[in-house]
Write a protein that binds this ligand. Structure first.
Ligand code: CTP
Length: 131
């Protein structure tokens, strides 16, 4: 079974690790689409702290990850699922219901997010207040 998932994975944290480990356990090959800096800017109006090559390097180094590619656009999800021949699409449950349209080509699974951790919360916590 081939599994695929997508995300920004900026300022890598344990919530990211846990979803990737759980995704990998659903099959025997995990492909991860890491969203590009441009795509993030378009979505959140800010660039990630770590650039796309750094984020790809980190994800690629994980034992639970088999393949990494750059996700250039949200609109290409179907294409990525097809070219990676994924049987299962995994997303965190913050996306619950949002990718059901792909259930014609793969199983769509939403896993519970790890509580109390997010990139946004980490950035807020370490931000030095401007005087
Ligand atoms: N994720 C998770 N548990 C968390 C945080 C993220 O399972 N506590 C999952 C998301 O559901 C997603 C993947 O990790 O499937 C990548 O999430 P991403 O948006 O890159 O991370 P966040 O920490 O949610 O980033 P942000 O705060 O910028 O939204």
């Amino acid at each position: 079974m081939r599994v695929i998932t997508f995300g920004t994975f900026d300022v890598f944290h344990v919530g990211h690790l846990r979803i990737l480990e759980r995704a990998r356990e659903l099959g025997d090959c995990l492909s991860v689409g890491v969203s590009t800096d441009t795509m993030n800017f378009a979505k959140k109006n800010r660039y990630p702290v770590y650039d796309q090559q750094e984020r790809v390097q980190i994800i690629r180094a994980l034992r639970c990850v088999d393949e990494v590619f750059l996700e250039e656009s949200m609109e290409l999800k179907r294409h990525y699922i097809e070219i990676h021949q994924a049987d299962i699409l995994v997303m965190g449950d913050d996306w619950a219901g949002k990718f059901d349209e792909f259930s014609d080509i793969c199983r769509v699974v939403y896993l519970p997010r790890t509580p109390s951790v997010s990139t946004t919360a980490i950035i807020e916590k370490i931000r030095i207040p401007k005087s």
